[in-house]
Design a protein around this ligand. Structure first.
Ligand code: F6P
Length: 505
């Protein structure tokens, strides 16, 4: 059975269920609420409000088994060249623990452990210095993960440093970040796997000049030679990256130094331990009880069997408000592909548009469309059970809103007045964390990573390359001299725009 047949099988189940509403599926199967919920460590998730039944799920899990998902998870962890187009492994799991059965993956894990020792030493030496503020310069995978983790965990852990992030090439970003900081009490981390990313090099140069002292400039990179040649950063202030870790899967490496500075090295290691717990679950658990498999299958079901074009991430926790942007890169850079690993066109639509925002704010902005718009938007609703601020009544209200929205999306409400009718039948997965600890955050992010990998297996695409982002970079490089009038732009529309720009200058 090839990819097209697998998708057709899911579509046949969707056609069989076309007349069944979520509420009816729940009513017809009294054990559904408990059987469609899973717990892994600090994470509970219920899939009871999705538009499939046991039979459709069994077909889906059968499909995952048939494509060899368990063995291919093992291949990932063992360091096989799962990034086929770049002929290299994707060993982010080796950054958190050693679950491998291969010497190469174990060696990668040993390198990660050594880098962690160097990280710890760097955190300690900075802590012993006058530095109070850290500016982390990086973009994409060299920014979004640390930025999210620091935003989630930083304030609660009362760390030694204030950590700031600078990613955008727009000079306003640098201007805003640097305003109010004292160069003598600030250290800058230049994070770039390639050390060739335009935004990071330009912002790095701004930081170097602003600091006025190179001794507080650090680099995290797989290209140590370039860090030395372009910024003269000596090797004792460089932490390693490796080509066997993808940028968007790299927050678990030394790329996570801003996290370690914000929450302490022990907190960073707890984050890794949470991810490792999820890795162990995903690797050892049959598909039908495997949380990542449920999540991935649900994504494929909603995309291909039901044809939904977007997916919303709705964290009901202010601290997780950056989760949608983080997941946009993880999911859309990984799965935004139109050709299979062998180069032939994909058999079905791949990634939908992922987007979202935190509740309850979003309820007062885009939820109208989620409840009554013509497009059904499946969602992940994410909540945190523990109260860890001084306002218990707000926490109860937040949870009530979260549970209410999940219910309202599914059941809707009839009315004689069409303007006041809610169609319901809008699928959602509810994910609850016991508490928003480093461990739980690690487990949550690893869950999404594994879900992405399993979705890629179904679609037969490579989730570890990102050639799609290169063209724009190349055109921008070609165009740069045209902005100064040194060369004419090739494209007639761009030429006209540049004429307009010059006329206004
Ligand atoms: O956006 C493309 C990309 O290559 C991402 O995949 C990566 O995370 C980001 O740029 C930054 O790259 P680097 O870490 O090499 O600066």
């Amino acid at each position: 059975m090839d990819a097209a047949d697998r998708i057709e099988l899911l579509r046949a189940h969707a056609a069989r269920l076309a007349g069944s509403r979520i509420a009816e599926l729940i009513e017809a199967d009294p054990a559904r609420a408990s059987d469609f919920a899973l717990r892994v460590g600090p994470i509970y998730a219920t899939f009871a409000r999705q538009r499939y039944d046991r039979e459709a799920l069994a077909a889906g899990f059968g499909m995952l088994e048939a494509i060899g998902a368990p063995a291919r998870l093992r291949a990932l962890v063992d360091g096989e060249a799962v990034n086929a187009t770049e002929a290299r492994p994707a060993l982010h799991t080796a950054l958190r623990s050693d679950l491998s059965t291969s010497p190469a993956a174990s060696a990668a894990h040993a390198q990660a452990v050594a880098a962690r020792d160097a990280m710890r030493a760097m955190v300690e030496s900075l802590a012993a210095s006058e530095v109070t503020d850290i500016v982390s310069v990086g973009i994409g995978g060299s920014d979004l993960g640390p930025r999210l983790a620091v935003d989630v965990l930083g304030p609660l852990q009362g760390g030694r440093f204030r950590v700031h992030f600078l990613s955008n090439v727009d000079g306003h970003a640098a201007q805003r970040v640097l305003a109010g900081l004292d160069p003598k009490r600030t250290a800058a981390l230049l994070i770039s796997k390639s050390f060739g990313t335009q935004e990071t090099l330009l912002n790095g140069a701004i930081l170097r000049e602003w600091l006025g002292d190179d001794s507080r400039l650090y680099a995290i990179t797989a290209n140590v030679a370039r860090a030395a040649s372009t910024f003269a950063i000596p090797s004792e202030r460089v932490l390693p990256m490796w080509d066997w870790v993808g940028g968007r899967y790299s927050l678990w490496s030394a790329v996570g130094l801003p996290i370690a500075l914000a929450i302490g090295m022990d907190g960073f290691e707890a984050l890794l331990a949470g991810a490792a717990q999820m890795d162990a679950h995903v690797l050892a658990t049959p598909m039908a009880q495997n949380l990542a498999a449920w999540h991935a299958l649900t994504a494929v079901w909603n995309r291909n069997a039901l044809g939904f074009g977007t997916h919303a991430v709705l964290p009901y926790d202010e601290r997780l408000k950056l989760l949608p942007s983080y997941l946009q890169q993880l999911v859309m850079e990984s799965l935004g592909k139109s050709v299979r690993v062998d180069g032939s066109p994909v058999a079905a639509d791949t990634v939908p548009t992922w987007w979202g925002g935190a509740g309850t704010d979003s309820q007062h902005s885009f939820f109208q469309a989620l409840h009554q718009g013509t497009q059904v938007v499946p969602s992940d609703l994410i909540g945190v059970l523990a109260l860890d601020h001084p306002y218990p009544e707000n926490h109860r209200a937040l949870l009530a809103n979260l549970f209410a929205q999940a219910e309202a999306f599914a059941t809707g409400e009839a009315s004689d007045d069409p303007h006041r009718a809610y169609p319901g039948n809008r699928p959602s997965t509810l994910i609850l964390l016991d508490a928003l600890t480093p461990h739980a955050l690690g487990a949550l992010l690893a869950l999404y990573e594994h879900s992405v990998y399993l979705q890629a297996l179904v679609w037969d695409i490579n989730p570890f390359d990102q050639f799609g982002v290169e063209l724009g970079k190349q055109v921008a490089t070609r165009l740069r001299p045209a902005l100064d009038g040194q060369v004419a732009a090739d494209d007639p529309v761009t030429r006209e725009i540049l004429n307009e720009l010059r006329a206004r200058a």
